[in-house]
Design a protein around this ligand. Structure first.
Ligand code: NAD
Length: 505
């Protein structure tokens, strides 16, 4: 049974129509569009269902925004910007800090919604709330540290002053795999910088966004701040709304997290308006295990890097490149660790791996495994979809995988670990870099010199050394090559929402 036990918000929406099952889903979760501080139905009256991927049952019907609704949201973001940019940095910081506090106080509510619509085990959902909330706390601390520069020009002819001003209304488009953290990673720095926002969450997971947005709205309202600065437009017509928004010159910024393919499409559309853009795109992370690695530690790191959200993370280890002298030991350890995982509904205590997000995802993972096996790979555990309701695929380890197989070349986005062997460090680096992606890489080694050689040579925006997790709200997250443009988190994250203005005096 799913326990979405949210507190009544006092702002029910007309579009809120919970289905009969499951009974504990809160009746007060906003399911409308948030425009100009008001939850409202779509102008067309249309809704779309949001499913529990573990049971395939519909949880809620959510308002389906039209392009007119999206433009109304942009009007709200545009019209509330002058007031918001004038709000003192300290007040902005206090707002973000209050949202952080409220998110932490409501960890269980938020986690229950994440698990219900996204499928991940509750412990992972709670971890996402803590991680996602941290962006609010970090950017509350950064909001009062938006520095500029003043100096005498080297020529001595004048002074140079550099101010950082908010870019303006931003369109924030996010994926389903971290329905809270992907939103807060954008909303927190945007609001801290003095920008306003239109959020388009993924249609598969709009409920978490709604609950987060309601927390922000309540805090804005209670402080007498402009509630129109954060707008939310879930929709099943993503390109139908992004087209008109990107063509509208009131929009000043696009920040997108999702697949490289959609990112490329949006970059083309953003080119006409020469929009500021940030792109957090797909990955194909190599996980390198060298001959001097602590193998049990590498297995634990592999589990963390591969299996969060059943392998559906952009930073998921996609290819295990293991030195031939330790490959058998590593494969045996990983197989035993995968065998110990418990697949089930995310809200069942004891579940360590939830479902994939939809049937399409199970079909793609099945294809990739079949392709690897055709190419000579051996399945040491798993290898099949589970034959019951919900989109489950068994945690799978593949050994003897050909570097040419699709599972090595494409983003798997599922609980499958293909192991490929290498002989030398140079060979490992060449294999790691033989992809268009460059988001993150992982390496297990005890050799400090090698660590620095890898930091110089691996083509990725992030490198985890003897760690299976790198994400941290206080550090710059992002990729190189086809994995993206710009950084989120850390000091760099707020710069994505600021224009540098140079004044010669
Ligand atoms: P997706 O690209 O299909 O969708 C992402 C978002 O874009 C969704 O909200 C979707 O509705 C929207 N969208 C799709 N087509 C659009 C269009 N034409 N115009 C406007 N919006 C459009 O990705 P997904 O399946 O939701 O997420 C998985 C992908 O996201 C993976 O490739 C993963 O690696 C990537 N991802 C990257 C990061 C990162 O930080 N680099 C983080 C999480 C996920």
């Amino acid at each position: 049974m799913i326990g979405i036990a949210t507190r009544p918000s006092g702002r029910d929406t007309e579009a809120c129509r919970p289905h009969g099952s499951p009974p504990t889903v809160a009746a007060h979760l906003p399911t409308g569009l948030l425009i100009d501080g008001q939850w409202r139905p779509a102008s067309s009256g249309a809704t779309f269902p949001v499913q529990d991927p573990a049971t395939e049952e519909t949880l809620f019907d959510v308002a389906d925004a039209t392009s007119d609704d999206a433009l109304a949201a942009l009007t709200s973001a545009h019209d509330s910007w002058p007031a918001w940019r004038e709000v003192a940095p300290r007040q902005r910081a206090d707002l973000l800090r209050a949202v952080f506090d409220e998110m932490i106080a409501r960890t269980d509510d938020l986690a229950a919604v994440i698990t219900a619509e996204g499928g991940k085990p509750l412990a992972e959902s709670r971890a996402e709330v803590i991680y996602g909330a941290e962006y609010l706390r970090w950017y509350s601390e950064q909001a009062v540290r938006i520095d500029g520069l003043a100096r005498r020009a080297p020529s001595g002819a004048n002074h140079q002053v550099v101010l950082n001003r908010p870019v303006g209304p931003a369109l924030l488009i996010t994926p389903w795999n971290f329905p809270l953290a992907m939103i807060t990673r954008k909303v927190a720095p945007a609001l801290a910088a003095g920008c306003t926002a239109v959020v388009k969450p993924a249609a598969l997971t709009p409920l978490t966004t709604a609950l987060f947005a309601e927390i922000v709205r309540e805090q804005l309202e209670s402080r007498g701040l402009p509630t129109g600065i954060l707008n939310v437009v879930p929709t099943t017509h993503a390109s139908g709304i992004s087209g008109p928004l990107l063509a509208d010159r009131r929009l000043r910024k696009l920040s997108f997290t999702g697949s490289t393919e959609v990112g490329q499409h949006l970059l083309r559309a953003a080119a006409d308006g020469v929009l500021r853009t940030s792109m957090e795109l797909g990955g194909n992370a190599p996980f390198l295990v060298f001959e001097d690695a602590d193998i049990p530690a590498a297995v634990q790191g592999a589990l963390a890097a591969k299996m969060r959200n059943a392998g559906q993370t952009c930073v998921a280890a996609n290819r295990f490149l293991v030195h031939e002298s330790v490959a058998d030991e590593f494969a045996a350890g990983l197989t035993a660790a995968f065998d110990a995982l418990v697949v089930g509904h995310g809200s069942d205590p004891g579940t360590t791996v939830g479902p994939l997000i939809e049937a399409k995802a199970v079909a793609k993972v099945s294809e990739l495994v079949a392709d690897a096996v055709d190419g000579g790979a051996r399945v040491t555990t798993g290898g099949d979809a589970l034959d019951h309701a919900g989109f489950f695929y068994a945690p799978t380890v593949l050994t003897g995988v050909s570097p040419d197989s699709r599972a090595v070349r494409e983003e798997i986005f599922g609980p499958v670990a293909p192991i490929v062997t290498f002989g030398t460090e140079a060979e490992a680096v060449t294999m790691a870099n033989s992809t268009d992606f460059g988001l993150v890489a992982y390496a297990y080694t005890r050799d400090v010199g090698r660590t620095f050689r890898l930091a110089e040579s691996i083509e990725a925006g992030m490198l985890g050394v003897n760690r299976g997790m790198v994400s941290d709200a206080t550090a710059p997250f992002g990729g190189v090559k086809s994995s993206g443009l710009g950084r989120e988190g850390g000091e760099a994250g707020i710069a994505e929402y600021l224009d540098s203005i140079y004044v010669a005096i």
